[in-house]
Design a protein around this ligand. Structure first.
Ligand code: NAD
Ligand code: UDP
Length: 332
């Protein structure tokens, strides 16, 4: 069975392709390499012992996708491709809407033309906004997004819901990721932020590697146990495995579903930094700074739906996430 993976050379996509190959799916990656590199395909092959097909191209190139769908029967699309930097999205909103929203529309039109109506989509916990209270569950009303990136995710979710209402032949899984971190155990694939990282784990790793001087912890006055922000960090390999479960459900004509993919456990910035230092033996100097604009105090998932319906739950802990992130960082 063949699956098209858009954004398959990226951080989450590459780990998912490894899991798909292990499950004997044929994989065709479509990626424009705007935030990843070709070498990842070889590394995926090294891990999986089998190569995915790789097509360098853009999700906005409808005829390319229609041709791909005509060349061989592709049963489903796992759609990771998109721009994901919150700060950059505030500076370049049009690029984000064009790439993420318009890009997804092009992909959906090509899928309609090619007769493939099964999709797993990368959404985000950001759609819960700041009005809902954690643990976030899938039945909560949509939140108010606070940046163009978040709005693109919410908009795509709505497009997919409305598409499904219009045509029940579609089978769609909206996966709301919490905070994916870590890397593959082999140290061959992982997250490759361009420029200075914005997210906590890559920043911590680069401080430990002495590429950056010190970590700024944004806020120590949140209403949390130690005053620092709490997030639901999930190992990227667990997250990748969640996609296989979602794909299997989508292939069974499940209709439209929404699932949180998280661990259900909140972890503070200080807990993460302390665990990283213990597990790796590396020092991570830090100072407390003022809160980052738009940050909420706590964000963690209610994971019961994914457990019940998909039969999936995260297995790896914070120690694994830190050890694997550090192995990847120290190999780069
Ligand atoms: P990533 O940047 O590592 O991977 C995205 C991939 O998509 C890259 O390889 C990039 O080159 C490719 N791409 C971007 N625009 C494209 C286009 N128009 N056509 C073809 N390829 C294109 O990001 P990631 O962390 O792997 O995230 C994957 C998806 O998950 C994204 O949609 C992201 O918004 C979503 N997500 C990520 C996180 C996170 O913390 N990493 C959290 C929630 C949701
Ligand atoms: N954070 C921090 N310093 C950094 C980056 C992040 O203190 O350099 C904090 C941030 O305020 C939040 C947590 O780490 O409480 C996770 O931030 P990240 O950007 O990784 O994820 P998100 O905020 O999108 O959940």
């Amino acid at each position: 069975m063949s699956v098209l993976v858009t954004g398959g050379t990226g951080f989450i996509g590459s780990h998912t392709v490894v899991e798909l190959l292990a499950k004997r799916y044929n994989v065709i990656i479509l990626d424009n390499l705007s935030n990843s590199c070709r070498e990842t395909v070889d590394r995926i092959e090294q891990i999986a012992g089998r190569a995915p097909q790789f097509v360098e191209g853009d999700i906005r190139d409808k005829s390319l996708i229609v041709n791909l769908l005509q060349d061989e029967p592709i049963e489903a699309v796992i759609h990771f491709a998109g721009l994901k930097a919150v700060g950059e999205s505030v500076q370049k909103p049009l690029e984000y809407y064009k790439n993420n929203v318009y890009g997804t529309i092009c992909l959906l039109e090509a899928m309609c033309a090619g007769g493939c109506k099964n999709m797993v989509f990368s959404s985000s916990a950001t759609v819960y906004g700041s009005e809902n209270r954690p643990p976030f569950n899938e039945a909560m009303p949509d939140g108010v997004t606070t940046n163009p990136y978040g709005t693109t995710k919410l908009t795509i979710e709505r497009i997919l819901r409305e598409l499904y209402i219009s045509d029940k032949d579609w089978s769609i899984s909206l996966l709301r990721y919490f905070n994916p971190i870590g890397a593959h155990k082999s140290g061959l694939i992982g997250e490759r932020p361009s420029g200075t990282p914005n997210n906590l784990m890559p920043y911590v790793s680069q401080v430990a590697a002495k590429k950056l001087k010190k970590l700024s912890i944004f806020g120590k006055d949140f209403d949390t146990a130690d005053g620092t922000g709490v997030r639901d960090y999930i190992h990227v390999v667990d997250l990748a495995k969640g996609h296989i479960h979602a794909l299997e459900r989508v292939l069974g004509n499940s209709g439209l579903d929404v699932f949180n993919l998280g661990t259900g456990k909140g972890c503070s910035v200080l807990e993460l930094v302390n665990t990283f230092q213990q597990v790796t033996g590396q020092k991570v100097p830090y100072s407390f700074e003022k809160r980052r604009e738009g940050d909420i105090a706590e964000c963690y998932a209610d994971t019961s739906l994914a457990k019940e319906v998909l039969g999936w739950q995260a297995e790896l802990g914070l120690e694994d996430m830190c050890a694997d992130a550090w192995r990847w960082e120290s190999r780069e």
